[in-house]
Design a protein around this ligand. Sequence first.
Ligand SMILES: Cc1ncc(COP(=O)(O)O)c(C=O)c1O
Length: 393
Amino acid sequence: MALFRDDLNTQLNNIEVSEIRQFDDATSSIPDILKLTLGEPDFNVPAHVQLAAKQAIDDNFSHYTNNAGIPELRQAAANFQNQKYGLHYQAENVLTTVGASEAIAAALGSILNPGDGVLIPAPIYSAYSPLITLNHGIEVRINTRSNHFVLTPNMIESAIKAHPELQFKAIVLNYPSNPTGVTYRREELADLVAVFKKYNLWVISDEIYSELTYGATHFSIAALIPEQTILISGLSKSHAMTGWRLGFIFAERSLINQIKKVHQYLVTAATSIVQKAAVEALTNGADDGLKMAKQYVERRDFVYQEMTKMGFEIARPDGAFYIFAKIPAQFNQNSMAFCRDLAQKNHLALIPGHAFGDEGEGYVRLSYAANMDKLHEAMKRLQSYIDNPDNQN
Ligand SMILES: Cc1ncc(COP(=O)(O)O)c(C=O)c1O
């Protein structure tokens, strides 16, 4: 029997495994490689959250839960958003998902019809485009490079006008941003909201890094346009729980009830034990992320300064844990060639900017979710490569 068949979903021909994962895997076999690749906090899950999970196991909390999540978790998640960001959600506005990833998939799967247009400011995290493609949507990317990676109402208007053939259904926002670390202030969001209303767009707002901001407190677009916002969040970044796979969608009740259908047939429900731990994280550990943020800011400052001195151009990030840096002009390879060479010769792995779309070409992304010792060593290796790119280390 043939191992591969040519009668699969043809949309699979149009998507690839994420370049982030491909590059990370490819560098794993290099001896002594120092990886600042994945968006993965280096902190442990807070001890009190671990205890809550252990307790749930001891209590045999091992059955299917309600599809949308256990009631106390939906309530705790609503309270968290309301208290932190001044929103007005109730438990019925919350869907508990398997990480933010499933939240994005369920949201796009619920709103898209074949041929619908979706606007994507770019460079951007790599998960949205393939899901739009799988749902037979058409993405239209908006290059934000010329404005330090900040989207403006004019850019949106121009993108819509450039595609009169498309019916635009939604826009994806992600702030604080992966990969740029850029975030939006209230006034900037208010300007965008006028356009979102004018074109009646769903706003899929991925705010998974909301607890990791280093200037002003995060401001959610759901505060301005709750009726059109599909807010994505979760515990992967705020509580260093990437492997526990717990996320949320916040939206109008009627929409939550529709998205719940897609979610039910994808995964039934999030893991019961993790849901119990998540209640603890969002109630007694509501500020756990802020403690981590204090350390991230010190790391950001260090890496930002060092890389700027080396000649990288960086839009100073105010959130998340990434530095998105323009490769110095004397290196005229593309971002993949630069990152491959750096990994092979000086044993430092960064993600090529192209992993975030053509708009990220010429840049590299460094994740500073690593301790200071590692970051010092990384800067040494990078400096030595910049000084002597032709030398084998
Ligand atoms: C912007 C953004 N959204 C979503 C995710 C996925 O989050 P989760 O691990 O909760 O699925 C990530 C992970 O890196 C991310 O950077």
